[in-house]
Structure formats: C-alpha cells, structure tokens
Design a protein around this ligand. Structure first.
Ligand code: F6R
Length: 605
C-alpha cells in the first residue's frame, strides 16, 4: 500500500531515497518522509503531500549515507506531517518506516504510555520505534532489538529501521507486506517494490514472511523467525526504468492502455503450438494425467483481477467444459471454504502482493488445495506461494487502475482453457480457431487504439452524467463490470454494472435521460436478446453508448471493435471502456494515475 525505500553505502542517501519514493508514489501518495543517519544523529523531513513536496523540503545540507524513506497511504490517522513516516523514538535514536497494520497498536500504545512514552502521531506504526528503542540498549545488535520488538506485535509489516548509534546499517523485516533487497556495488538497497530499485540494480532478493535482513554497504544477511541465518539466491529482474517512465504519454494509464498490443503478445509468446493447436504452459508443473483429473475450477482475485477471473471462468467452461466460477478472494478467505482435492484453484494478481488474495492462497494451501497463480510480478509473494502458474510478462503496471494486466490475465486464461480443453474434448479444429484468434489480438487491439479520438469525444459527452449503467450478457457481463469499475475509480462518476438480463428485475427503474447506459453487444448468439434490451432502455428515454461489432440505430453512439472468436471477444471489448474511463477522468480534471483514496497494491486486509 505504502512505499518503503532504504539505502546504505558510500553515497548520499537522500537523493536515492527521494528518487525511489518517486517511483513508489503510485502505491501511496498522501504524505512522505525520509530519515538519514549523520554524525550519530538522525535527520528527518516529513510532509503531507507528494514526494515532490518532500523533495522541496529537504535542504541541501541533508547529508548522510544511510537512510530510509516512505510514501504513505493513510490507514491509522489522517494524512499530515506528524503522521507521515519515518517515526522516531523519543530519544530520536531509532527511526522506522512501516507498511501494513499493527492490530494490537492500541494495547501497545497504552502500555508504552503507562511507561512514560509520549506519542506524537496517531499512527499504529509509531509503537514500533518506541518498542525498538526500549530494547536497543541491552540488545547485542539492532537486529536483535527489532526481533524482540516484533515479538510483541500482532498484525502485518514490512519495515525498515535505522539506529543513529549504528551508522552504516539498516534492518528490514517482513510479515505480510513485501520487502525486496537490491544488491549494488558496495552498496545495498531495500524497498517494498522493485520499482524503486531498478535504476540502481537488477539483482534482487525477496524476503519471505517472518524473515529479517541486516544490510551494510558490503552485503546483507537474512534470518528466519528463529534467528537462524537463511540462504538466499538473488534473482535478476528484467524490468528496467523505461517501464517506470511515462514514455512521452501524459499519464501512465494511457501509456499502459496503449501498450496492450505488446503486452498481450508477450503473454502469448512461445506458448502457442500450431502443430497440435495447444498451449504450452511450462510453469503449471502438472502432467496430462493430473491436468485431466480436475472436475472443477475455482478462481479467486480482487477487484479487476476478479473480473478478469470471471472472463477466465467463462473461457474454461466453454473450451474445457469444466465447471468454473470466480469469487472475490477477499470474500472467499473469510467463509471457511470447502476445499476439494479435485478442484483446481487459480489465484490472480497483478502485483502478486494483494493481502486478501495471498491469505486466500495460504488458506487453500493449508487445506491441501492445488493452487495455480496467474501473476504479473515475478517472484512476488503470491507467485511464490502457488504450486505453479502463468506469468503475464506484461511489465510493471504503474497506474493505479489496472488495464494491461487485466487483458493479459484474460489472455492467460484463454491459454489455460485451451490447455485444459485440449487434454479433454476440445477438438483440434477448435484448438486451431482459438490459437488463430489469440494471434490476431495484438493487431486488433492496434485497430481499436486508432479510435481513441472518437472515444475521447464520447467520454467528454457522457462524463458529466450523474451516473452510468453498464450492461452485458454472459461473456459481456464481466466486461461491463470492469468498464464500470474503471470509470468509477478514475473519474469518480457513479457507475453500476448489471447483467443485461437482470435490468428488468429492478435497475430499469433508474433508467432515464440522466442515466445513460454503456451496453456491451457482441455479435454472438446473444445479439438479438441484447438488442431487445436496448429497445427497452430507449423506450424509457435512456441514452445508449453501444460497444460491439455492428452499428445499430437502437444506440445513440457506437464504438465498433474488430470481431474475434466469440470466446475471445471480451478481451477486445474491454479496451474501448478503458479509453472511455481515461478520457472521462481527464475531462473532469481527475488525478488519473493516482485516484483519491486508492493505492496500487493493497497489502492490508
Ligand atoms: C482496479 C484495480 C484493483 C486491483 C485489485 C487487485 O483497477 O487495480 O481492483 O485489480 O486491487 O490487485 P492485484 O491484481 O495486484 O492483486
């Protein structure tokens, strides 16, 4: 949710921390702060606002070669200078930045206040600096003091800690909130996301839950919960800084929408077999016999990942004829699900760090479930937790609203459905049809992107509506849900999604000139039914923007997308809705890449 960055080495820490925070700002952006160690004292700066405000507040004399930084997305306490991290101990010896939630913060605060500690902020995180300060004198090391402090904490954390008395050392720890180490030349970095590291190094080490690491300029040591040293193998990341630049676009969101011909091509690369019309998914770690043994598929994910899972469930039912359904991971994990041996579970996550999805996967694993991950971030917690899976290779998604990961996930599901189908009853002819359809996607997406100006005009026309209804049937329904989600999160226009078939069972009462409808109308076996629904809306003076394959005079406006195979059409139909949401948000002057109240990666419950 929030962003952490830490540095230890020969260079001035502040510019490195600020640059790292800038790259993490998409994860949290209501306040920011840095602390560096210099001459056995801490220097700190914290501001409410953006990293740019913090950079302006950091003076030139802010020198120190060890430091930590944070960009915040408020959970406990309003965004303010004092609530911004780092939090210091009362003697200003210890500074801590924290992501996650300390659930027993109130009890710890009461206890510490009883012992005379004065708190400055309203945050749960501040207890950490005081707890560490209370043991740091008698502990042999900072790492030992951190370990002892964390023993009394209930909740989740990714933390970075510095001690004014130990310049040249940073301690980091993780439980439920990611921490990645970056290995440099005689310097070490740590961050909550590789985005902050790629400018400096490609060699990274992901901490596991319960692990703690000590960083010094000449290297690092990692320790498990039992304080024993753990052996870690560095990974090389192939994402570079270019992925984190807007690349000439006004916003990351538009850049990421425009990247989709490439990102889909990357998801498909090397995975389609034209001889047998099958998909090769080496990461599944399942042989044909095992692949045939599943009698049900259950898909879990949150938000847009869940909606892409609905497209996935539809694809699996249609192509593999296995009963499949999707459910929000955030619900699934709390309802004590029945876990069956002959069900294949699939967890979806762009970030690979969404706490609800991770917790659902852990619950499944505890109950012996077989879980595959469809994940974008290589080496992320969800990817590591799963038995196997499919990486999207869509490159980092920076804008808070998910776009390219959504379509790549749907394409990955088409591959999975093809794979499951071809070891069952899907004919070679149908396999070929799907392979050809998948190969056509990048060019067809390019064609849709050429309509941006038309979609921009429509977005301007409809953006001032009081609200919008999104409807779709069967394959079109998840498309409608995702379209409504995109519109509301980036433009703040109220948007509701309904199955078109359900309109007459209630929501039709809302339809009128002030509530336009975006209707997803593919040219498939539902076409006539959908056109009848459009007639019902028109009869109530409702305005209609139709996204489909053929113009109709039932609609006020149309966006026509190229036709693919029926099963793959949802991928293409989603793209005009992304552009529509983007341009509506721009028209309304919204902060497109950082919508209010949201954060890119939701690592809290
Ligand atoms: C919507 C959006 C969110 C995420 C959700 C899951 O545009 O970005 O709904 O899809 O928070 O995130 P991941 O995929 O990282 O698990």
């Amino acid at each position: 949710m929030c962003g952490i960055v830490a540095y230890v080495g020969p260079k001035d820490a502040a510019p490195i921390l600020l640059e790292g925070l800038q790259r993490l700002e998409y994860r949290g952006y209501d306040s920011a702060g840095v602390a560096v160690v210099a001459s056995r004292a801490l220097k700190t700066r914290k501001v409410k606002g953006r990293v740019a405000d913090l950079a302006a507040a950091v003076p030139a004399r802010f020198k120190g070669t060890t430091g930590i930084g944070h960009t915040r997305w408020a959970t406990h306490g309003v965004p303010s200078d004092v609530n911004a991290h780092p939090h210091l101990s009362s003697d200003e010896r210890i500074a801590v930045v924290h992501n996650g939630i300390i659930e027993n913060a109130d009890a710890l605060r009461q206890r510490l206040e009883g012992e005379g500690v004065k708190f400055l902020s309203e945050t749960d995180s501040e207890v950490l600096s005081h707890l560490i300060a209370r043991t740091v004198e008698e502990a042999d090391s900072l790492e030992e003091a951190v370990r002892r402090a964390l023993k009394s904490v209930v909740g989740t954390y990714g933390i970075a800690v510095v001690d004014a008395q130990r310049p040249g050392e940073v301690v980091v720890a993780r439980l439920g909130s990611p921490i990645v180490l970056g290995i440099g030349e005689k310097e070490m970095f740590a961050a909550s996301d590789v985005a902050a590291l790629v400018r400096y190094t490609r060699q990274v080490v992901h901490l596991e839950d319960g692990e703690l690491a000590v960083l010094k300029a000449d290297g690092f040591h990692t320790f498990g919960g039992d304080a024993r040293e753990t052996a870690k193998q560095p990974l090389t990341v192939d994402w570079d800084t270019g992925h984190y630049d807007t690349g000439g676009y006004e916003h990351y969101l538009l850049k990421e929408i425009s990247e989709q011909p490439d990102t889909i091509a990357r998801t498909l690369r090397g995975r389609l077999d034209d001889r047998f019309h099958v998909a090769h998914l080496g990461g599944l770690n399942m042989d044909a016999r095992e692949t045939r043994s599943f009698r049900r598929v259950k898909i879990i994910g949150c938000g847009s990942a869940y909606y892409s899972g609905q497209i996935g469930a539809q694809l699996i039912e249609e192509l593999a004829r296995i009963p499949a359904d999707a459910e929000p991971a955030s619900e699934f994990r709390y309802r004590s699900p029945v876990v069956e041996a002959d069900t294949l579970y699939v967890a979806i996550s762009q970030s690979g760090e969404t706490y609800d999805t991770l917790a659902a996967v852990q619950e499944l694993k505890r109950k012996g479930g077989r879980v595959l991950g469809i994940v974008n971030t290589v080496g992320s917690a969800i990817a590591r937790e799963c038995d196997g899976g499919v990486y999207l290779h869509a490159g980092p998604e920076v804008s808070v609203a998910s776009t390219k990961a959504f379509t790549s996930t749907a394409a990955a599901f088409a591959l999975l459905a093809l794979h499951l189908g071809r070891v069952r009853d899907l004919s070679p002819a149908d396999g070929r049809r799907i392979c050809e359809g998948l190969r056509a996607l990048p060019e067809q997406i390019k064609e849709i992107l050429t309509q941006e100006e038309h979609i921009r005009e429509l977005a301007h026309k409809y953006a001032t509506s009081a609200g919008m209804m999104f409807i779709g049937r069967v394959r079109g329904y998840p498309v409608a849900r995702e379209g409504a989600q995109k519109l509301k999160e980036v433009s703040y226009v109220h948007a509701e999604a309904y199955p078109a078939s359900e309109l007459k069972h209630g929501p039709l009462a809302l339809i009128g000139p002030e509530m336009p409808t975006v209707a997803i109308v593919p040219d498939d076996e539902m076409l006539d039914k959908n056109l009848t629904t459009l007639g019902e809306i028109r009869a109530r003076s409702g305005r209609i923007l139709m996204v489909g394959h053929r113009e109709t005079d039932q609609a006020d406006d149309c966006v026509i997308v190229p036709k693919n195979q029926n099963e793959l059409d949802p991928i293409l139909l989603s793209i005009p809705l992304q552009l529509f949401a983007y341009h509506a948000a721009v028209a309304l002057g919204r902060d497109v890449d950082r919508p209010r109240n949201l954060a890119k990666s939701v690592t809290v419950e």
